[in-house]
Design a protein around this ligand. Structure first.
Ligand SMILES: Nc1ncnc2c1ncn2[C@@H]1O[C@H](COP(=O)(O)OP(=O)(O)OP(=O)(O)O)[C@@H](O)[C@H]1O
Ligand SMILES: [Mg+2]
Length: 442
């Protein structure tokens, strides 16, 4: 009985004609089989699994062609429609959020690249979502249920690089106590994500180039070559073209890696996404911290919309998590990290910006009144050196009511005690927002 040669077929390129031929062979095998032994049944099962995978691959390729054909139509389509179209094509976003045209363009390129075997090079500043995009590419390809292995090329010491990527034989070097497989082997059948590829030393670049050309690896200390089938996605926040001009990155490797080159824009170039991202991360943080989503003072909202985010989406995400963790009901400047917190001049520039961001006159009034109340309390606490009873007496106010107001504004009387008042007195004169208390604590 003729059973298909599994290994020979596994490397042949997939085509509809080839697939149909294999199905025919399988059918005639079954038709003419007089009786099947267990090993034959196992073999046939393996063959049908291969055929199933190949059929899936072809369907992904068909999807790719469809997506590619749909390309030019995007030009005049709105951002929402483009995202909707991706959803309709069952695109897997892996949590990538936003409707900015540049981001959508990157997602659309990822969609087209995903079902192919072509290497993808992703660049962009730190925190722009390069790793997330690599996962998107993996998740939308035919290898989605195969391994995704991430390697940080910048974090591996030079002398361990080869062993880390390609594995080693027991005794290959001091400390090689047993055989070990490398990242490429682990990624066989799936995707290998080479992060910070710009940090790869020249010697490592030569070896990587060889793998890209031959699809073969050798464990350190072994003469045997192994075929590896790992789809390569690489990322960098450096300018590889410039590095290659300077002789620090091999030009041939640059071109091989960047068959599809995808650049993620910094957040300052997609500011229109910030409100959406704030809302998204705010909800995410609330869920994680098991709290109600926080509210923000208008001036904090305005600050977050205008800020330059050198750390991009990662910085925005971290800020929202920090603010959600530190604030009570309403977050304000004092919940920002001190190094980015606006100085007194910026805070008073428009009296707190209450009227600018409020959605209605009523809200503007309430916000302005809250801001004035806070300034009044801060100034009062500074004058009485943090003695709440004295402030209550001077304002002719019930002490517990005053305590409640201090709590509402996140003010702590101890921050205004005499020994801490030197820094405080600098800010007490006419500070429109009053985040002085926390600054003093810092
Ligand atoms: N479009 C997006 N929507 C939602 N979250 C995002 C988006 N882009 C990035 N993020 C989030 O921002 C953080 C940083 O993303 P990621 O690690 O992919 O950036 P990176 O470009 O690889 O950064 P680095 O260069 O520092 O390694 C992650 O928490 C990621 O989930
Ligand atoms: Mg990264």
């Amino acid at each position: 009985m003729k059973i298909l040669d599994q290994d020979a077929d596994a490397v042949a390129p997939v085509s509809f004609g080839g697939l149909i031929e294999k199905i025919e062979i399988l059918r005639s095998t079954l038709r003419w089989a007089t009786r099947l032994e267990r090993p034959d049944i196992d073999k046939l099962l393996r063959q049908s699994n291969t055929l199933r995978e190949e059929a899936l691959k072809l369907s992904y390729q068909a999807r790719f062609v469809k997506a590619a054909a749909a390309g030019p139509a995007h030009v005049a389509v709105s951002a929402a429609a483009r995202r909707q179209a991706l959803i309709a094509r069952s695109f897997v976003f892996e949590g990538a959020f936003g409707d900015n045209p540049k981001l959508l363009e990157a997602l659309e390129i990822a969609e087209k690249a995903a079902p192919t075997e072509l290497p993808v090079l992703i660049d962009g500043e730190s925190g722009t979502g390069k790793e997330l995009m690599a996962k998107v590419i993996h998740a939308n390809g035919s290898r989605a249920d195969k391994p995704y292995v991430s390697v940080n090329c910048g974090a591996i010491p030079d002398n361990l690089l080869e062993s880390e990527l390609f594995g080693h034989k027991k005794g290959a070097f001091t400390g090689a106590a047993s055989d070990r497989r490398g990242k490429f082997e682990s990624a066989h059948g799936g995707t290998i994500f080479l992060d910070e590829i710009g940090e790869l030393p020249l010697a490592g670049q030569v070896k990587l180039l060889r793998v890209l050309e031959s699809h073969e690896i050798q464990r350190v200390g072994s003469d045997e070559t192994m075929v590896v089938d790992a789809r390569i996605v690489a990322a960098t926040n450096r300018n590889l073209r410039r590095l290659s001009e300077e002789g620090k990155f091999r030009e041939d490797l640059f071109y091989r890696l960047g068959v599809i080159h995808l650049t993620l824009p910094p957040l300052r170039e997609r500011k229109d996404e910030i409100p959406l991202l704030i809302a998204f991360f705010g909800d995410e943080a609330a869920e994680m911290l098991k709290r109600r989503p926080m509210k923000m003072t208008p001036r904090l909202q305005r600050f977050l919309l205008d800020y330059a985010y050198p750390g991009n989406i990662r910085e925005l995400r971290n800020l929202i998590y920090r603010i959600s963790c530190l604030s009570g009901d309403t977050a304000d400047f004092e919940h920002l990290p001190e190094d980015i917190r606006p100085g007194p001049a910026e805070r008073t520039a428009d009296g707190g910006g209450a009227a600018v961001v409020a959605n209605s006159l009523g809200e503007a009034k309430r916000v302005a009144s809250d801001a004035a109340e806070k300034v009044f309390l801060e100034r009062g606490l500074t004058e009485v050196g943090g003695t709440v009873a004295e402030l209550a007496r001077r304002c002719d106010m019930n002490r517990s009511h005053l305590q409640m107001l201090l709590k509402k504004h996140g003010l702590h009387s101890k921050d205004f005690r005499r020994h801490a008042s030197s820094a405080g007195s600098q800010e007490s004169g006419g500070d429109g927002g009053g985040d002085g208390s926390v600054k003093r604590q810092d």
